[in-house]
Design a protein around this ligand. Structure first.
Ligand code: NAD
Length: 309
């Protein structure tokens, strides 16, 4: 399968490398010069099952794509949420009416951006429990392994998307065809909307947050706001199960990725696509979301205070 990875950071390199090793024709696209130079010089580097792997994979800057990259069977987007629209605009030359676009970004509402580029039966939404970080440009570190769920936005595309599921499994990316991927996306957004945002604000680990006396109250209140808004979109979250799922992360002694982005690396966060998305949707449906509104504003204030780019 001819696959373009649109956004070749931690996750894009992880998925791109495994799909290449699985026998696919993979092309990487990114906008970060140092990363592109490192991949061109040394290949994509990772440790897999205790072995250091270096694999050459073609990589292009977005401004080189229209001349040098052929149309893709599958585009996998792996920018951060705020880079998605610009990425798709810049690589539109590789997208035809036959191209499938797969989105595994965290956050809510990305399908509305994808609809501008392909028909609903070519949009594949997903959630992955795999995790990765980037110790150096050109290098991806596999931080955690888990299942990936994919589903075509329109049921008529299921048979073709099942072929993508098969390609992923062949590449050792454990994947299933989901019965309700939008539910899974909202459920994961609840974890990000509680643990990521609050730990970035409080500058603590998930264990630190879980020890706070009012952690359960904060969690329930935020999950309720997500669930109230999701219901207006026809997604009925099992609130008790989702709260238990969020609270199960309190045993993981780590600083979540939004803390890493904001506090450690002084990078913009995906807050507008998590709590911010719930706040905006809440305004649209007249559903009050005071916690999400406040958290979104506080994260933006912290971005300004830290002068992040
Ligand atoms: P990352 O910052 O490591 O990688 C993003 C890459 O996209 C960067 O290399 C950046 O240069 C490139 N990029 C972004 N916008 C671009 C644009 N418009 N044009 C060209 N290049 C652009 O991020 P990541 O950790 O790989 O995460 C990607 C997405 O996957 C996010 O939505 C994240 O929430 C989600 N996610 C991450 C993990 C994880 O463990 N890292 C796990 C699950 C989901």
């Amino acid at each position: 399968m001819k696959i373009v990875i649109a956004g070749s950071g931690a996750m894009g390199l992880r998925f791109g490398l495994l799909l290449k090793l699985g026998g696919n024709d993979v092309t990487l696209v990114d906008g970060w010069d140092k990363n592109i130079a490192a991949v061109r010089q040394d290949g994509v580097k990772a440790e897999i099952d205790g072995q250091i792997i270096n694999t050459k994979i073609p990589i292009y800057n977005t401004n080189e794509v229209s001349n040098q990259v052929e149309k893709a069977d599958l585009v996998i987007v792996f920018t951060k949420s705020m880079g998605l629209e610009a990425m798709l605009k810049n690589i539109s030359s590789v997208i035809s009416k036959n191209t499938y676009i797969l989105c595994l970004l965290n956050g809510l509402g990305h399908e509305d951006v994808l609809k501008k580029y392909v028909a609903e039966d070519h949009i594949v939404m997903g959630v992955t429990m795999n995790a990765a970080s980037m110790p150096h440009p050109g290098e991806t570190k596999f931080d955690g392994n888990g299942q990936t769920e994919l589903q075509c936005l329109n049921a008529s595309g299921q048979e073709e998307v099942q072929k993508i599921v098969d390609v992923f499994n062949k590449a050792k990316i454990a994947t299933v065809y989901s019965e309700n991927v939008l539910y899974s996306i909202w459920r994961k957004a609840c974890v990000n909307g509680v643990v990521n945002s609050v730990c970035a604000l409080l500058e603590g680990t998930t264990v630190d947050f879980g020890k706070a006396k009012n952690a359960d109250h904060i969690t329930r209140t935020i999950v309720d706001e997500f669930a109230d808004v999701a219901e207006r979109e026809g997604i009925y979250l099992d609130r008790k199960e989702v709260v238990a799922h969020v609270e199960s992360t309190w045993t993981m002694d780590h600083y979540p990725s939004m803390y890493q982005d904001l506090v450690v690396n002084h990078r913009l966060t995906e807050i507008d696509y998590i709590n911010g998305a719930v706040y905006r949707k809440g305004l649209k449906y007249s559903v009050p979301t005071p916690y999400c509104a406040c958290i979104t504003n506080l994260i933006h204030a912290k971005e300004d205070m830290l002068n992040v780019k």
